[in-house]
Design a binder for this molecule. Structure first.
Ligand code: NOJ
Length: 524
């Protein structure tokens, strides 16, 4: 399992209200001993003006003093390795900060040797932007530069200019930055907006969105276009093949995860490569954008796990720092069944910090919003899902020192870690049981999967199999009780808080409560 740490919100060690690397190091015991995660993905910690909270990088091979030092980073890696956990760093190759020296040089004059390192283009005859591309964060994707009389491209904020990945110098300089972290011992790289690296070289305008356009999430005006020219150009596959070759030139197993926003499973699967020679794990966000509906979930799981290329391994994501929290999307009563789903499906699960507590989105007081997306496009802010981890119910919540105001408010809706640890039926307790079961049972961590007929609408049931090891999972998506037909096996785990065991009826059937999930051992 991959656990995502949004560093600003995990553990503050200095008392400035912002999480940092030493704070993360001090909590690795929780991740390894309490949860038993395999890999920790750490959000960006590089020097940055923080316009997009670190996704605007001003130096790819250093640590922002806000988060600590390179030595602190090395200590995180060493401690994680001592505990047999992998460290995955976030790499932001599509754009730099406008304060990066490369962009400073590029914008200094049209004849700068670095001019072509970014995407510059002439205005149209009437002075408008070169095409109709929009920024994900609202408004045009082009910013006029008065000094040199051209527009530059920014798929995100104007202070996040897009690099020109068609320039071989950019490609080699950026891949050098990957080597820097691999040389320091990191086990994997998560590539930010990986499918944005290559655009149409002719900078053609995007067509208007048709019914089949790639729209998995409502993003305002951005959705009016079919984004076929400003991202996902097939040339990106050459970059990923080169990236993979670099990873494979290192010892051990180094993994590449790509942030790929692709709603069409066939197009998504292309990112594994033709001979599994590109990304190990193009993030599968399908469940992140699927309503809690049995038919929809089955359809998405099926279409993103069946027919994968040879050697490709599935993965599932139910939460991250860009989306509303799982508990807020599905409702707190569904959190337990959702945990069971995530940790029993075939494929690597990615767990967003705090989802193991059932954290919900925290309302941010007016005037205290921080996320640039929400400030530019009201309603799309991500702050609520990025609030500090509650460790204890003392002042500072164990996240920061008493009396210190954390960078975002700590939510009050969920019991902190220490409280949940003392109750094995808490949401955290359920995650721990599920993770332990997943580790112990080959059927769950590496077995095949097939859907089975649960004999009842509203119940999703599937078997996991590895040799003699057979497990049945049944999840009641409905709010009413549902009978699960005779399942000749013994209960392994029940998701509910209120009751600990389900007794099979005389005919061997189980009666699931609404929103309840059950794992049954079918092995003999
Ligand atoms: C995707 C990241 O997950 C998000 O947080 C960020 O704002 C954009 N990329 C831009 O880098």
């Amino acid at each position: 399992m991959v656990y995502q740490v949004y560093l600003r919100s995990f553990q503050d060690s200095t008392g400035n209200g912002v999480g940092d690397l030493e704070g993360l190091r001090s909590r690795l015991g929780y991740l390894s001993e309490v949860l038993g995660v395999d890999a920790v993905w750490v959000s960006p910690f590089y020097p940055s003006p923080m316009d997009d909270f670190g996704y605007d990088v001003a130096d790819y091979t250093a640590v922002d003093p806000l988060f600590g030092s390179l030595e602190d980073f090395d200590a995180v890696v060493a401690e994680a390795h001592r505990r047999s956990m992998a460290i995955i760093v976030d790499w932001v190759p599509n754009h730099t900060s406008s304060r990066h020296p490369w962009f400073q040089a590029s914008r200094s004059s049209r004849s700068s040797p670095k001019r072509d390192w970014y995407v510059w283009a002439e205005a149209t005859p009437d002075g408008g932007p070169p095409n109709n591309w929009l920024s994900v964060f609202g408004g045009p994707a082009w910013e006029w530069d008065d000094a040199t009389g051209q527009y530059y491209l920014h798929s995100f904020l104007p202070s996040q200019p897009d690099l020109n990945w068609r320039n071989p110098e950019v490609r080699s300089a950026m891949l050098e930055t990957v080597r820097f972290w691999l040389d320091r011992g990191v086990d994997g790289i998560r590539i930010d907006v990986a499918d944005y690296l290559m655009k149409d070289p002719a900078l053609r305008s995007n067509p208007a969105a048709g019914p089949a356009a790639d729209m998995f999430k409502s993003r305002g005006a951005y959705d009016r276009f079919d984004h076929i020219h400003d991202k996902a150009h097939p040339d990106v596959h050459g970059v990923f093949r080169e990236f993979r070759r670099i990873l494979e030139s290192y010892d051990g197993h180094r993994v590449c995860i790509g942030e790929i926003h692709e709603w069409d499973p066939e197009r998504w699967a292309l990112y594994f490569g033709t001979n599994n020679d590109e990304l190990h794990m193009p993030f599968n966000f399908s469940l992140l954008y699927t309503p809690w509906d049995v038919g929809e979930v089955r359809h998405r799981v099926d279409s993103f796990t069946a027919d994968l290329p040879e050697g490709a391994w599935p993965n599932h994501v139910l939460g991250n720092h860009d989306e509303a929290r799982l508990a807020s999307r599905f409702g707190t009563e569904r959190v337990r069944a959702a945990a069971m789903l995530l940790l029993t499906l075939r494929g690597t699960p990615t767990l967003y910090y705090g989802d193991e507590l059932g954290m919900t989105d925290v309302p941010i007081p007016p005037g205290e919003e921080q996320d640039p997306w929400g400030l530019r496009v009201p309603g799309l802010g991500r702050d609520g899902a990025r609030t500090p981890m509650p460790w204890t119910d003392s002042a500072g919540s164990g996240f920061t020192r008493p009396g210190v105001k954390p960078w975002l408010p700590v939510g009050e809706g969920v019991a902190p870690v220490d409280e949940q640890l003392s109750d094995s039926r808490s949401v955290l307790g359920l995650y721990r049981s599920l993770l332990a079961l997943r580790r112990a049972r080959p059927a769950l961590h590496s077995g095949d999967m097939r859907f089975v007929d649960a004999g009842r609408r509203g119940v999703l049931a599937y078997e996991r199999l590895a040799g003699e090891d057979r497990i049945l999972v049944a999840l009641n998506f409905g709010t009413e009780p549902a009978t699960l037909q005779a399942a000749p096996g013994a209960e392994l785990l029940l998701s509910s808080h209120g009751r600990t065991h389900l007794r099979p009826g005389p005919d061997g059937s189980f009666e699931l409560a609404g929103d309840e999930g059950l794992v049954i051992d079918l092995s003999r």
